[in-house]
Design a protein around this ligand. Structure first.
Ligand code: DX5
Ligand code: ZN
Length: 230
């Protein structure tokens, strides 16, 4: 079994102090840095790109988990790999050739994953399991932090968990199951029971504590972990 990983989304961090935010959240016990890339085309918001990833890379040894909400996908992948991304995920409906895009990510030395919106069908998994390191399920519609967890995501999580369990039994290879959107202290245990092992949390983490306190994220990350142990 895989360990539980907590992946704070810097979408809700202080963009004027990103290096410090990343150092603080990792020092508080977070595992991955979730990096949301939005293009004002595939999603109705605009965020950060490879230059910011490159600027953050010297601030941490933690995995940088790049979630691409962009269309087209392929031409930005080499830039993120060069900028130090470790994991790159994309939405299958934003790629013309899903198998090719997954190969491109791995050929550039990164782990690869597909992202499913709340209404994206799971059949995109059918022919690409061997090319996946991560499956990322959206439990909100992509574009903004601070939205509420969509309850039907739990059934979808259970469905993906069953497929991944069957896959690991057959192949011995683990694929992470990551959940993104509306994850909070009061629902993370239920989300874990439905099968997630990697938890993105934006507003829940970066909304915690007082701005001036470098340890402001200690207690929220500890509380998320306590829920996972229960
Ligand atoms: C939404 C992003 C999420 C977002 C999650 O499009 O993919 O990663 O930052 O934020 P919260 O945890 O606030 O729902
Ligand atoms: Zn995300």
């Amino acid at each position: 079994n895989l360990d539980y990983l907590i992946a704070p989304s810097i979408l809700s961090a202080d963009f004027a102090a990103l290096g410090q935010e990343v150092r603080n959240v990792i020092a508080s016990g977070a595992d991955w840095i979730h990096f949301d890339v939005m293009d004002n085309h595939y999603v109705p918001n605009l965020t950060i790109g490879p230059l910011v990833c490159q600027a953050l890379r010297p601030h941490t040894d933690a995995v940088i988990d790049v979630h691409l909400m962009v269309k087209p996908v392929d031409r930005i992948i080499p830039d993120f790999a060069k900028a130090g991304a470790n994991v790159i995920t994309f939405h299958p409906e934003a790629s013309e050739h899903i198998d090719r895009t997954l190969s491109l990510i791995r050929d550039h030395g990164c782990q690869a994953g597909l992202v499913f919106n709340p209404a994206t069908p799971l059949h995109y998994l059918d022919h690409v399991m061997d090319r996946l390191d991560v499956v990322l399920l959206m439990s909100v519609n992509p574009g903004f932090g601070g939205q509420s967890f969509i309850p039907s995501s739990l059934d979808k999580l259970r469905a993906v968990r069953a497929r991944l369990d069957e896959y690991v039994a057959r192949t011995g290879r683990h694929i992470r199951l990551e959940i993104d959107g509306g994850v909070k202290i009061d629902n993370i245990a239920e989300i874990a029971r439905a099968g997630a092992d990697t938890f993105v949390a934006g507003s829940a983490v970066f909304g915690a504590g007082k701005d001036s306190d470098p340890h402001r994220y200690d207690s929220v990350i500890a509380a998320l972990r306590t829920q996972l142990e229960a």
